[in-house]
Design a protein around this ligand. Sequence first.
Ligand code: SOE
Length: 410
Amino acid sequence: MSNSGKPALGVGMVGYAFMGRAHSQAWRNARSYFDVPAVPRLAAVAGRNQAAAQDTADRFGWESVETDWRRLLEHDDIDIIDICTPGDTHAEIAVAALEAGKHVLCEKPLANSVGEAEAMVAAAEAARARGVRSMVGFTYRRVPAIAYARQLVAEGRLGRILHVRGAYLQDWLVDPESPLTWRLQKERAGSGALGDIGAHIVDLAQFVTGEHLTGVSALTETFVRERPVADPASVGTGGISAAAAQNGSATTGPVTVDDAAVLVSRMSGGALATFEATRFANGRKNAIRLEINGTDGSLAFDFEDMNVLHVFDGRVPSRDAGFARVLVTESTHPYVASWWPPGHVLGYEHGFTHQAVDLLTAIAEGADPRPSFSDGLQVQRILSAVETSVEREGSWTPIDGAHATSSAMS
Ligand code: SOE
């Protein structure tokens, strides 16, 4: 069955950098590799930097460029607004787009605060009554091995879940000379590793287990508290002016978010859970690790080997038992049938294509896409609870005689 003759849905994308390019490829691949109920048309990309937005438009085939995202809402041939910008702009763009009757796909985390997320959910629910759909972009749910893991848990193959162990490990900030960017400023990003990658690992744990976090005790750390400002235009003014006033130049600025977060939690089914999110795990590049232990078995996943799920069946006699290394590339595995034969592995970008396909399908079927803005709000509430716990020092009980040494590197 080809996609010719299918209705088209015009897409207007806000943002053009890393996420903008991942989403651009996804809209193109969705129509090329999947039988979609509606064909995405790359109508317009919006960005304040006209040259950069034009470069993305030229590379991916966006039909037009706007330097003000509000203009996208005036295009009658744009049905979907795809938000690929830093978190401080998500709420304003999403609410305006929903009120204009546009479906919305918004990158994660949904917002920079619970209040913003609640406003987005209210707008999404009002728009839903008019058949307008919304989704938040936790794309790792759409890695075939993760979707397969969720199937195994839902089938009861692990029994009752006892432990959830999640970690999202990167190391791109280990160098103290790595410059200050918007991701390191609270007023732009909302938080650091916690919201950027901690949100992913918490969402994945909830998605795979079908359970949710009920409470948390947490600690965060900022290892490098001052960084070079490579391009003052690329960072907000928060703190820079104070630093500039203090040292007479804008060559460095303060890091106002966490570099790493560790969480202890309990899942709604009673399982104990631990989570870690860091940008300082030297040698780990994008290691999203999830291990789930149940009464009848376990599973283990590492995104740096993303086509594999390790599955332990506790019902096999111990003489023959062990983790099976399942290569998740069979046509019977989620999403894989539209790609390649077994063993021809997929990559980071394929989750974005699966996300686009699922959104197009939900819109065409008049269904509510998942994860919804309400799912995004629930993650935002977890992030907020972490920050509250951190303010209470994680309900920390000092060990007699132990003295903390500063871990800050500058
Ligand atoms: C940076 O940590 C980042 O780009 C995240 O923002 C993305 O969500 C993740 O997919 C890759 O790493």
